[in-house]
Every structure is written in structure tokens, then in C-alpha cells.
Design a protein around this ligand. Sequence first.
Ligand code: NCD
Length: 323
Amino acid sequence: MPTKPKSPYLPFGDQQTAPWYGKDILSVKQFSRADLEYIFSVAHEMRVMVERIGTFDLLKGKILANLFYEPSTRTFASFMAAMQRLGGAVIPIRYSSVAKGESLPDTVRTLAAYCDVIVIRHPEVGSAALAAQYAGKPVINAGDGVGEHPTQALLDVFTIREELGRLDDLTVTMLGDLKYGRTVHSLARLLTRFKNIKLNYVSPDVLRMPRDVIEEVEEKDLPQKEYTVLDKVLPETDVLYVTRVQRERFENLEEYEKAKDAYVITAKTMEKAKDRMIVMHPLPRVNEIAMEVDKDPRAAYFRQMEYGLYVRMALLAMVLGKA
Ligand code: NCD
């Protein structure tokens, strides 16, 4: 009798020779296409496991320090949930001795003494890399200022894969605050791993995609174009990635006031979009997408945040040598 092919990913073993064992996750630049395929297969397995049994003991006995110096709801909660769904424990820290003048290296050295992996969000570019130098335990970047947000970009690409069933041959339109929005910096870089991707950047002039990101994408020969209005590119768009104008990163609040309501996606906007496309948003949303759009089946942003749980479960399992 033919037997069911065995999954290469389950059951999970303890593999200290696994390629990601003990590694830091600091930038999307670390991931090849093959790495992405691997992460997404593990994330998909995690999804199946959570749907079937909820919580399981893959990381039993392991401890995560979740160190957040900036506001966060989804990233903070999903890393905690990811660790707990895998049977591990979490030390959540939102108010550390940095308030007393302690340096980041000292804080990180302290946490490394108590835990097996550190997730950090911090307002300065390069902070996660600095933490990694001192930790001696894997460090995962959960957003370093306007720099990168690699786990968000991974979950964004996983969302596209689960929702549209492909990662090649896509027109991706990024909309809003492309200057300060770190999620789009990571996502544009990560999309260079796929074939036949076209990138459109729609933003007010003062919030354009940074030069360094554009140049990196250019080196990989991806077509990219900048616009100030959405109308022209919406009909060809497969993924509309909407972002919040990042108020906290403006030096001049008058400039924020001018830019904040530059684009609002409404049910009327969606009439011009393809039938088979998705609208994404890293969330939190402020006014960029009207609530009436939530019931449109193409609105993928709430599903997107759920996919984040599975991707973060996969990453924790990988760096702790269990996937
Ligand atoms: C994003 C972030 O923190 O960069 N949020 C998130 O992690 N889902 C986007 C944002 O704050 O606008």
C-alpha cells in the first residue's frame, strides 16, 4: 500500500547543525530565495499545527526576552504568542533600566544571561546589530528605527504566497510613507529575490523611497517607478501595500500635517483594482484605509497579521535549532 510521503519538516528534531541554529536575524539581506522557500515551508507547517492542535512543545524549556523600546501591538504580541504556542516562555520588557541610564550593550548582556533568544525593537538604525555583538545568543531585529523590519517583510512575502499562490510575476505597489516606513525598505529589498517583479512607489514628494533602497533594487535589475498618484498604477497592481505616515519620525510636524492624509483607500478606490489582487498594510492603520474596505475579500491586512504568528514561530524554531 502506498504510504503518504513524509514531510521533510515534521516531526521536528533537535538539529544543532541546522543552518540557522544560533544565527541572528538582522536584515532581509541575509536571505536567499532558497532560504525563503525553507522558512515559508516551516511557517506553513506551523500554521497547520496551530490550526490542528494549537500549542505544542517544540521549544519547551526555552526562554525568549522580548525587548521593546518603541510602541508595538502586533510584533510584540505575536512574538510572545509564537514562543508560547511552541511551549516556550517569555520575559517581556517594555520599560528597562535604560531609563536609569544603562547602555544597550549592558542590557543585552544581562538578558542573554537569562534567556536563549532576544527579540529587540529600538528607535535607532543599527541597534539590533549592536545588540547582536554583545548578546552571544541569537538576536532578532523587530524594527530598528527607519532601518529594517526583516520579520515583517518575511511575513509580508509569506502573505503574498499564501494569498495569491505565487511569488513571481507580480506588480507590487507601495503607497504612503516610503521614506520613514521601515517595512517597505525591507520588503522592496526582499522582493528582489523573485522573478518578474515590478515595483511602483506612490508617495508625496517629501516621503519618497530612500535613494539607497532604490539603488539596491536597481542593482538587481527590477523595474521600479515613482508616482505621486495611485490612479495610473492601481489597475495593474497585484499587491497594494499601504503604509501609515510615521508621525513619530518627522522632525517638522507641519510637514506631517500636510502629508498625513495624502492617500485614503475607499470602496470607490477598490472599484478600479483587479478582481484578484490583495491590499496589505503592516498595521497600525490610522486613516489610510477606510473601514468600509475591511469587508472586501481583497483586504488581506488582518489575515496578514495572523500569518506573522506562523512566520515568527518558524524563525524562533530555526534559530533555536528545532527546524
Ligand atoms: C510597523 C512598524 O513598526 O514598522 N508596524 C508593525 O510592526 N506591524 C508599521 C508602522 O508602525 O507603521
